[in-house]
Design a binder for this molecule. Structure first.
Ligand SMILES: NC(=O)c1ccc[n+]([C@@H]2O[C@H](COP(=O)([O-])OP(=O)(O)OC[C@H]3O[C@@H](n4cnc5c(N)ncnc54)[C@H](OP(=O)(O)O)[C@@H]3O)[C@@H](O)[C@H]2O)c1
Ligand SMILES: [Zn+2]
Length: 377
């Protein structure tokens, strides 16, 4: 027989698993899951399924009469809302059902909620427990929390490399390092983020498409904006990104002076459907920060950076990376002049390396997919 604490964690884990199903569909809202449990049995469950849609609590309670809930415990991964947003407050819905207990993983940092939902429920005499699996809930919604705190998107650095740590040959060839299963997973990752960023050199060398190409049985959750960081405005008008811009958005971030010097090219790209954002002259060295601030202002929650090495190096130099997804293929390039995946500033000492936490890894037909989170001091 599990004790109460174990029970709470068990059901909260179930609510977190449900919440996770909203990934890619709910942003910039948080992922939220909710489970209603009576006498050790689940009688209702739901999660926030899409941006603007009903909240998790609504789905979990919709088929239940209030009487059925009076003796139940409601588990919810985020503090119930207390304000009128796109939907009425979930705190009111819970008060109508009056469960015996409500267990909440974490407070909602959203300024209009932040503690008010819990206070409202407690003031009405409901026993509310806060903090069960708090760190798991924070990790799940770390991008949501970061966007609220800093107005910057969550930055995922992704690269593929050979076992000897190379991401392209000396000539720039990188097709393909990893196998089909790894690449299919990357396409799924793309379908869950708001934007994909690459450096101009990657466009010049690889001419990538950067779209989420997933199997016909899967439904894409979102179509990421494709962003090119291109201070000198070298993007070729004939590249695949430009020629698909009318179907899938492209944002070229280029130095204002380079744009002013090439009005015709700017016009051609705009006519193909590309958006162009000028970097003000004083911000040349802060092109990455400027781009992240612009994406954050559009409330883009997750940014996948797919290289190349210079962009990734600049991001690590500036401590702007939150998450690393590295795909390692069991191949040795064995070449002294091959390209490394992350080319930032040189370091003298190993203790200057960026440590990663909460590492996990899995296998894709012999490739290794490593995921970790950059430790913040
Ligand atoms: N294996 C993989 O996962 C993978 C993924 C992607 C690419 N690649 C390979 O990577 C190679 C290209 O990478 P790369 O390192 O040469 O170039 P890159 O990082 O794709 O692009 C570098 C360019 O980005 C621009 N940029 C704008 N702001 C920057 C900033 N703050 N810091 C640094 N650069 C900035 C610079 O041009 P401006 O000064 O004009 O702005 C710079 O020349 C190709 O060989 C490609 O195949 C491999
Ligand atoms: Zn709500």
């Amino acid at each position: 027989m599990r004790d109460l604490r174990d029970n709470d964690e068990f059901w909260m884990r179930r609510a977190l698993d449900l919440a996770r199903q909203g990934k890619g569909s709910v942003e910039p809202n948080p992922m939220v899951g909710c489970v209603v449990v009576r006498d050790g049995e689940e009688i209702g469950a739901g999660y926030h399924q899409r941006f603007g849609g009903p909240h998790a609590e609504v789905h979990a309670l919709e088929k239940l009469e209030p009487e059925a809930v009076h003796a139940a415990t409601v588990y919810v991964t985020l503090e119930p809302c207390s304000h009128f947003g796109k939907t009425p407050p979930c705190a009111d819905l819970l008060l109508k059902h009056k469960p015996a207990r409500i267990v909440v993983a974490m407070e909602d940092p959203y300024p209009e909620v932040s503690g008010r939902g819990i206070t409202r429920l407690r003031d009405a005499g409901i026993h509310v427990e806060l903090g069960v699996l708090d760190s798991e809930a924070r990790l799940l919604n770390a991008p949501y929390i970061k966007l609220l705190d800093t107005k910057l998107p969550w930055v995922i650095a992704k690269w593929a490399m050979t076992l000897d740590g190379m991401m392209a040959t000396h000539s720039g060839d990188s097709k393909w390092i990893t196998n089909e299963a790894s690449r299919a997973f990357v396409h799924r990752m793309r379908s869950e983020v708001d934007a994909i960023l690459v450096g101009s050199e990657t466009v010049l060398l690889d001419d990538p498409m950067l779209t989420a190409r997933i199997s016909s049985e899967e439904v894409p959750r979102r179509t990421p904006l494709r962003v090119v960081l291109d201070r000198r405005f070298r993007i070729p008008v004939g590249c695949k990104l430009a020629h698909t811009a009318s179907q899938v958005g492209v944002l070229v971030v280029a130095g204002q002076s380079s744009l002013d010097a090439n009005p015709q090219k700017m016009d051609q790209l705009q006519r193909l459907g590309c958006d162009i954002l000028g970097i003000p002259p004083g911000l040349h060295d802060e092109s990455i920060e400027f781009t992240l601030r612009s994406l954050g202002a559009k409330r883009l929650t997750n940014l996948l950076v797919e290289g190349g090495a210079q962009i990734l190096g600049s991001l690590f130099d500036r401590q702007l990376v939150d998450q690393v997804d590295c795909f390692i293929a069991p191949k040795i390039l064995g070449s002294h002049d091959a390209r490394q995946p992350v080319c930032g500033k040189s370091k003298d000492w190993m203790n200057q390396a960026s440590p990663l936490d909460r590492s996990t890894w899995r296998e894709f037909d012999g490739d290794i997919h490593y995921r970790g989170f950059v430790r913040r001091s």
